[in-house]
Design a protein around this ligand. Structure first.
Ligand code: NI
Length: 333
């Protein structure tokens, strides 16, 4: 009986052990299963995040490319617009000049008096010149700066030649480096007004407002006001002279008109400049416009010829000091 009980209890014990170990392995299996499911979940989530991240970075780089392309496009458009603006300014000054020359012709046809400020081949302005023992000429460039001015500055530098630039105030902000370079390389930055109006049609206050606006723009870049001015179209009257006198600047006219704006032809410009009767002589001031490529090409050849003929290429103030002595504010030279 006791043996039976003992056996029975042994079987029961065995069964208990079996049940317990089964339970334990089940728990272990469940834990392992859970862990692996969790791990798989984490890994796949991470992969998804990485994929999303790489998609985003691809998107970002595409956006950057798009932005760069757009910027390029805008820059191209901007430079195209600037080119058009240059052309418009050029066209405007050309028209101004045409109007002036036509009104000159009309007044001649009508037998009227030719105004003091008109340039013509037959009335070459001759100033009283002191012999200096040195042949000098002052090349002057109006209506700029423009797209070809840099080439001109390079050529002047190579030849150690100086020039005078009568710039338009409205173009100063578009070419600040060129204005600074002119001054730094010994050229003279003169004023040709802010936006090329006929000054003789303006009141004193209007002249002052226009000229002062240009002077301020120039001063900001070179540290002083322009020391010489040239009236648009060369047209001046007593009101303009009064302004110049008060501003302390002389008004600069010219002796030789190359008519470069009219011909736009390098060869013709040179023919005008070296014309036997009306061409360049010692002490002359030569009118050109650095907004035309034909003019810049002609000016470069002109410099070489003048230097070969023994001329020194000087600024207008240098020429006036040598030939006139004192420079008088408000006086037309
Ligand atoms: Ni002009």
């Amino acid at each position: 009986m006791t043996r039976t009980i003992y056996r029975l209890s042994k079987t029961v014990k065995f069964k208990r052990i079996m049940v317990v170990s089964l339970c334990l392995s089940l728990v272990l299996l469940l834990a392992l299963g859970g862990l692996s499911i969790y791990t798989i979940g984490v890994v796949s989530e991470r992969r998804e995040m990485e994929e999303a991240l790489s998609r985003k970075s691809v998107e970002l780089s595409r956006m950057e490319q798009d932005a760069a392309a757009k910027q390029n496009q805008w820059e191209e458009q901007l430079s195209a617009v600037q080119g058009q603006l240059d052309d418009a300014t050029t066209e405007q000054s050309r028209l101004d000049a045409t109007i002036q020359s036509q009104s000159q012709e009309i007044s001649k046809l009508l037998g009227g008096k030719t105004s003091k400020t008109t340039a013509s081949k037959t009335t070459k302005k001759t100033t009283v010149k002191k012999p200096t023992g040195k042949k000098m000429v002052a090349l002057t460039f109006d209506d700029g700066p423009g797209r070809y001015t840099e080439k001109l500055l390079d050529a002047l530098k190579e030849r150690n030649a100086k020039a005078t630039f009568f710039v338009l105030g409205q173009l100063v902000d578009r070419y600040p480096d060129l204005i600074k370079r002119m001054d730094a390389e010994g050229h003279v930055v003169g004023s040709h007004s802010y936006d090329h109006p006929n000054l003789t049609k303006l009141t004193y206050a209007q002249i002052k407002k226009n000229m002062d606006k240009a002077a301020k723009k120039i001063n900001k870049l070179i540290g002083h006001d322009p020391e010489v001015i040239r009236c648009p179209g060369g047209s001046s009257n007593d009101t303009v002279k009064k302004y110049a006198k008060n501003a302390g600047v002389p008004i600069i006219y010219w002796n030789v008109d190359t008519l470069d704006w009219k011909s736009r032809n390098t060869q013709k410009i040179l023919e005008e400049a070296f014309d036997v009767e009306t061409g360049i002589e010692d002490g002359d001031i030569v009118l050109m416009h650095d907004i035309y490529d034909t003019t810049v090409d002609a000016a470069i050849e002109m410099m070489d010829r003048l230097i070969a003929e023994g001329y020194t290429l000087v600024t207008v103030p240098e020429l006036l000091e040598a030939y006139e002595g004192t420079i008088v504010a408000g006086k037309v030279y």
